[in-house]
Ligand binder design. Structure first.
Ligand code: ADE
Length: 255
């Protein structure tokens, strides 16, 4: 996959994508990442990339022309068609379902804004999609782009060492549930015991317990996800049992 990022801080993108799964994917040639600075395409000695907003008010707005010239260059670097995605709190909230779709594309172009934003005419003409990573405001799109890059890269074939681990993540699997709890050594610790079933060697019982924990956690923490989830009859039974046990322990939902 190829990802081009238009940003006033291309070094930030390069460095943030230098570690762990994403760094390794780049080394393995699974991800080609390139940053492009609109300042390099700005005219005049000052290489101006922003100006004051019409109508007044605080902050600066990114100019059309440096962005347009930069994007032209990005397009010429590779003829493969690619959606241009603008990272903004006004965008559609990013979900794992959208991450999966984007991860299947051969190329993405990400646009990071700074200051108060980008001239609306540039967005109207050049941007295919606006994405938000959550209902909070960052100082620019770079961190949001880094989040998107990480999420799509780990889904590339060969990016993860254990092919299983992506399939079992939260939101993966057809029901879109939260992940179950995980434990490692020691089995016994001052802060508690590892659940017996995980040490039983009974793979069917372990799979059932994990599924039940996923269902139960989703019910406790993100009941909105359960409304959307396609649960089987067996799932409903497992969740029923989880809820009964939870009620017997006297714990309320949300605990
Ligand atoms: N830029 C600033 N805040 C953002 C957010 N929440 N999501 C995506 N891009 C942003």
């Amino acid at each position: 996959m190829r990802i081009d990022v238009v940003s006033l801080f291309p070094e930030f993108i390069d460095q943030s994508a230098g570690y762990g799964v994403v760094g390794r994917a780049r080394e393995r040639g699974l991800l080609a990442l390139q940053g492009w600075n609109p300042r390099d395409y700005a005219a005049g000695n000052y290489r101006r990339v922003d100006d004051r907003p019409f109508g007044g008010g605080p902050g600066m707005v990114m100019l059309i022309e440096p962005l347009r010239a930069c994007l032209d260059e990005v397009r010429q670097a590779d003829p493969a068609p690619a959606p241009v995605i603008y990272l903004t709190p006004q965008g559609r909230p990013l979900t794992q379902a959208r991450v999966r779709e984007l991860a299947a594309l051969p190329r993405l172009v990400l646009l990071c804004g700074r200051y108060e934003g980008v001239d609306e005419r540039f967005l109207a003409h050049e941007v295919d999609e606006e994405i938000s990573i959550g209902d909070y405001v960052l100082s620019g799109g770079e961190l949001a782009a880094a989040v998107l890059i990480d999420a799509v890269t780990r889904l590339q074939d060969g990016a993860l060492n254990d092919a299983e681990s992506a399939a079992q993540d939260s939101f993966e699997g057809e029901a879109g549930l939260l992940d179950c709890p995980h434990y490692t050594h020691p089995a016994s610790h001052a802060w508690g015991e590892v659940p017996e079933v995980l040490r039983s060697g009974n793979h069917a019982a372990i799979a059932r317990w994990r599924r039940q924990q996923s269902l139960g956690r989703t019910w406790l923490r993100r009941p909105d996800l359960l409304d959307e989830a396609a649960l089987s009859k067996a799932d409903r039974k497992l969740l029923e049992a989880f809820r009964a046990e939870h009620a017997a322990k006297g714990e309320g939902q949300g605990g």
